[in-house]
Write a protein that binds this ligand. Structure first.
Ligand code: EPZ
Length: 428
């Protein structure tokens, strides 16, 4: 397993190009199943999870051609042409789904297009049990017959899906995405109340509209979809990754650096920028991106609560904990989305962070000078928080199990090294 070694306490200065959003790319790739015509997606990030989804779609019989502008202008996004026509299988096997729980996103489109789908239950993951009960209840409301046998979801809709009024009791990003795709080809009108409003959900809705879907209320918590008999092909570019943007913004702040993040937009990170500015980080819009520096009076502790969009994203919670560890004063971070998303805490504590977890809240006492140590990555966002801590810390940090990082951060070492970080990946 690869390791990353960082010698910290060096200010980062320079430009980093932000890639397409992982959490938009995955549902967008799955949406190709809704049409027999070609969906061309550009600005796709080079990530393990994107390759895993492409592998799953290829296993289902989707023809995929991959090319990319590998150089120039910093836009390193890949271009995929995906065509789901001819003999498409409708089983997503355990050995693929267990590698990436977002595979559940093929359920809605397979059911809507082919009237049948057999998808392995994704199982839990490090940050929580992450059930898919809300996806299944909503699809059943649209007329699907759902059985759970041998760890698989067996779903049938022999007479097609029917429009329904879906009310999600809690906001679910994946649930909203599965139901958006299912409703796009259903018979009649579907209303999704308490829909997720994340930019990645909006990106999927906009791509579906480009494919001929009829969707109103995009960007709000109430989506109205009029099902169509079929959808056509489209060309669509993936929205920039707001979590990658926020992660590198914290990297500038914790190293007292000055980073320009290109290929992204301030309006994607309003809640992140709001909290960072409150703590003393300067963030200004520049051409095609943002510039991030630590303000002159330094960083102070601020309290943060994770919430569904437009609130502060749970995927930035671990990164914020690093900034709060080196800030002046105390702060409290409350995680309201997942039940076990503090696994970075014991690892950060090994580096000298002063954090106490009480249920879903963590109290952070700042003013600490972090020290390098050997640490272990446990999940994607915890991994990047360890990188951020290492960049700020005195001495050398070795981060193990960095395969977690490769799921969501493209060429992280290259991007950081180009801005002055002393960072190497050791392949074991
Ligand atoms: C998406 O996961 C993201 N993944 C996650 O990013 C992100 O943290 C999460 O949304 C919240 O923003 C992708 O988009 C691929 P949810 P998802 O359904 O869709 C509960 C990352 O690091 N729930 O919004 O799985 C669930 O247990 C990843 O990039 C049910 O109870 O999240 C959780 O507590 C991590 N039943 C809450 O809702 C359901 O049927 C939110 O989950 C569905 C969800």
């Amino acid at each position: 397993m690869d390791r990353i070694v960082i010698r910290g306490a060096k200010s980062l200065n320079g430009t980093i190009y932000i890639g397409g959003a992982k959490n938009a790319a995955l549902p967008l790739l799955a949406s190709c199943l809704l049409s027999e015509q070609t969906l061309t997606l550009s600005n796709l990030p080079h990530l393990v999870d994107v390759s895993s989804m492409a592998h799953l779609l290829a296993e289902l019989g989707v023809s995929i051609s991959m090319n990319g502008n590998a150089g120039g202008g910093g836009n390193m996004g890949r271009v995929f042409e995906l065509t789901a026509c001819g003999n498409i299988h409708t089983t997503a096997p355990y050995e693929l789904v267990r590698k990436m729980r977002a595979s559940i996103l093929v359920l809605g489109p397979l059911l809507a297009r082919y009237g049948v789908a057999r998808v392995s239950l994704p199982g839990g993951c490090a940050i929580g049990t992450r059930p898919v009960d809300l996806h299944l209840k909503a699809l059943a409301q649209m007329g699907a017959e759902i059985d759970l046998t041998d760890g698989y979801i067996e779903a049938k809709a022999p007479n097609g899906l029917k429009g329904a009024h879906i009310v999600f009791p809690t906001v679910t990003v994946g649930g909203t995405e599965n139901l958006l795709m299912a409703a796009a080809l259903a018979d009649g009108k579907t209303i999704i109340t308490n829909a997720a409003r994340e930019p990645e959900v909006t990106d999927l809705a906009q791509c579906l509209v480009a494919m001929g879907a009829k969707i109103e209320g995009i960007g709000t918590d109430t989506l109205n979809i009029i099902g169509q008999r079929e959808l056509h092909g489209a060309d669509y570019s993936v929205v920039p990754d707001r979590i990658e943007t926020g992660s590198y913004a914290v990297a500038a702040a914790v190293t007292d650096g000055d980073l320009t993040l290109k290929g992204t937009r301030l309006n994607l990170i309003e809640s992140i920028a709001g909290i960072l500015r409150q703590s003393g980080v300067s963030i200004v819009e520049v051409d095609d991106g943002i510039r991030v520096r630590r303000a002159s009076e330094g960083i102070s502790g601020v309290d943060v609560m994770t919430e569904p969009f437009p609130g502060f994203p749970t995927d930035m919670q671990a990164q914020m904990m690093v900034l709060m560890s080196v800030a002046r004063g105390a702060s409290m971070i409350t995680e309201t989305i997942f039940e076990n998303r503090f696994m970075h805490v014991p690892e950060l504590s090994r580096m000298g962070a002063d954090i106490n977890v009480h249920g879903s809240s963590a109290i952070i006492r700042g003013g600490v000078k972090l020290k390098g140590a050997q640490v272990m990555a446990t999940d994607l966002r915890a991994s990047v928080s360890l990188v951020l801590a290492a960049l700020s810390a005195d001495g050398e940090t070795e981060i193990n199990r960095v395969y977690h990082l490769d799921r969501g951060y493209e060429r992280l070492e290259e991007k950081l090294a180009a801005c002055g970080a002393d960072i190497v990946r050791i392949k074991d």
